[in-house]
Design a protein. Structure first.
Length: 135
């Protein structure tokens, strides 16, 4: 597990080696107060995930991208995704989202997601079995 502190002025240099072998990337949605240094002045978790995706484009091992935030209610068009985290995840272009007010629930969901992915990659489960496990 590698945590990148965006308060640290050298966060960008720490980010590159941390993402090279990452299998799970968790970002917050609202990072503007944390990353007030170049090259990003106003940054959010979605933009940071896109930056990481661009760095890893050539890497065949695609990490799971998630946003864990206390600001999910600030995502536009709440009537479209309210109470439907899978729709919110699609809107934010991530694999899953979690609300910081429900941290243990998000942790449990991430463990299920990572476990299912591990099984699929190892070829140890039929995809339908993994799908049933996540429901």
């Amino acid at each position: 597990f590698n945590k990148i502190d965006l308060h640290d002025s050298a966060w960008l240099q720490a980010l590159v080696p941390a993402i090279d072998n990452a299998e799970l990337i968790v970002t917050d949605l609202k990072l503007d107060k944390m990353a007030e240094s170049k090259p990003f002045w106003l940054i959010d978790g979605k933009a940071l995930n896109e930056f990481i995706r661009a760095r890893r484009r050539e890497n065949p091992k695609h990490p799971l991208f998630t946003i864990f935030s206390g600001n999910l209610d600030e995502v536009p068009n709440p009537e479209h995704h309210a109470g439907r985290p899978h729709i919110l995840a699609q809107t934010l272009d991530v694999d899953w989202v979690g609300d910081k007010r429900k941290g243990s629930e998000f942790r449990d969901q991430l463990l299920l997601l990572c476990n299912a992915r591990r099984k699929l990659r190892a070829g140890s489960s039929d995809p339908s079995e993994v799908s049933e496990h996540l429901q």
